[in-house]
Design a protein around this ligand. Structure first.
Ligand SMILES: C[S@@+](CC[C@H](N)C(=O)[O-])C[C@H]1O[C@@H](n2cnc3c(N)ncnc32)[C@H](O)[C@@H]1O
Length: 207
């Protein structure tokens, strides 16, 4: 019961604050400003990407958790383009095959229970030549000590942070899903503890 209270009433606010860390907001801007037209965002969260969709006319905001989506409502009122909330999971996208030019994920792939299935869905609904734009925290492949800690602490992190894995190799997962990396930039985000600091900003194409 206490855990349920934490998940519904505390965690969404913690998420909303942590995800506004300035270094993360800078990367949202870098990832999202070039995107135009219709976009599907998976794991829309509390709507922190909205100000950076400067050339978007329709956003499909896929977010399965109503307690998290609720915190986006004020931001949605201030948004000048059409946003359609879709309460569904990335493992089963309610879109036709080959139907979208752009899909976005910002720090969502860590939390999806069945990552492989979700990436297969991203591949299925993207048009040929369409782009998956993402920024994610990842397994630190260059620092074995950090990697060990990431593996050790992931079971606790999953409980504290709504299913978040610290130890996902996202580049490997994209390649396994047959998505071709057009941009692939690793960086360490300022203001984030070392265990979750390694990030990947990438754009991957369906060929
Ligand atoms: C760490 S938060 C990131 C939120 C937001 N993308 C951001 O950048 O602030 C992870 C998000 O993924 C969502 N999520 C969890 N499992 C999911 C799934 N299977 N499909 C789609 N979204 C999921 C969570 O509800 C949460 O909103």
């Amino acid at each position: 019961m206490i855990y349920k209270f934490y998940q519904q009433h505390i965690f969404p606010h913690v998420l909303n604050q942590v995800m506004q860390t300035p270094s993360l907001m800078d990367k949202r801007r870098e990832l999202l400003l070039p995107i135009s037209g219709k976009v599907l965002e998976i794991g829309f969260g509390t709507g922190l990407n909205l100000p950076f969709y400067q050339q978007v006319n329709t956003l499909y905001a896929l977010e399965p958790n109503p307690d998290i989506y609720h915190l986006a409502l004020q931001r949605l009122h201030e948004t000048p383009f059409h946003v359609q909330h879709i309460q569904a999971s990335a493992e089963k996208l309610p879109f036709a095959d080959n139907s979208l030019d752009h899909i976005v994920s910002t720090w969502t792939l860590c939390s999806i229970a069945h990552l492989e299935q979700a990436l297969d869905e991203v591949y299925r609904v993207l048009k040929v030549g369409g782009t998956f734009h993402l920024v994610e925290h990842v397994l630190h492949n260059e620092r074995p000590n950090i990697q060990r800690l990431q593996n050790l602490l992931t079971p606790i992190q999953k409980r504290l942070a709504d299913g978040c894995h610290l130890n996902r190799d996202i580049e490997r997962a994209l390649k396994d899903a047959e998505l071709e990396l057009k941009e692939c930039l690793y960086f360490d985000a300022a203001g984030i503890p070392a265990i979750g600091q390694r990030m990947l900003l990438a754009r991957a194409i369906k060929r």
